[in-house]
Design a protein around this ligand. Structure first.
Ligand code: SF4
Length: 100
């Protein structure tokens, strides 16, 4: 499954939702999460993310593996995101800070 990680927090550009064919994405006030039960591993969302927040689970660094559990838990607790939202305030500044 693919996993949303910390780069999304505070940005939440939500380009991912426009490419996902199976409505995997859930959302809260800070970021998006992928429902691992729905993800078909198409890989479309990872390159679509302007801040590189999305990676396949097997490629996550050891210190980012906990995001697998965060995505599973938060996807179960939050609503499906079916259309793009405006990025969060400060998203562009954060993107620059991340060197993107
Ligand atoms: Fe959706 Fe594909 Fe990304 Fe999985 S890998 S969340 S199916 S766009």
């Amino acid at each position: 499954t693919y996993v949303v990680t910390d780069n999304c927090r505070g940005c939440r550009y939500t380009e991912c939702v426009t490419v996902c064919p199976v409505e995997c994405f859930h959302v809260d006030d800070a970021m998006t999460y992928i429902d691992p039960e729905n993800c078909i591993d198409c890989g479309g969302c990872a390159p679509a993310c302007p801040v590189g927040a999305i990676e396949p689970d097997y490629r996550l660094a050891a210190d980012k593996k906990f995001w697998i559990d965060v995505n599973r838990k938060r996807a179960a607790e939050t609503p499906v995101l079916s259309a793009r939202l405006a990025p969060l305030p400060g998203a562009d500044a954060r993107k620059l800070a991340l060197g993107r």
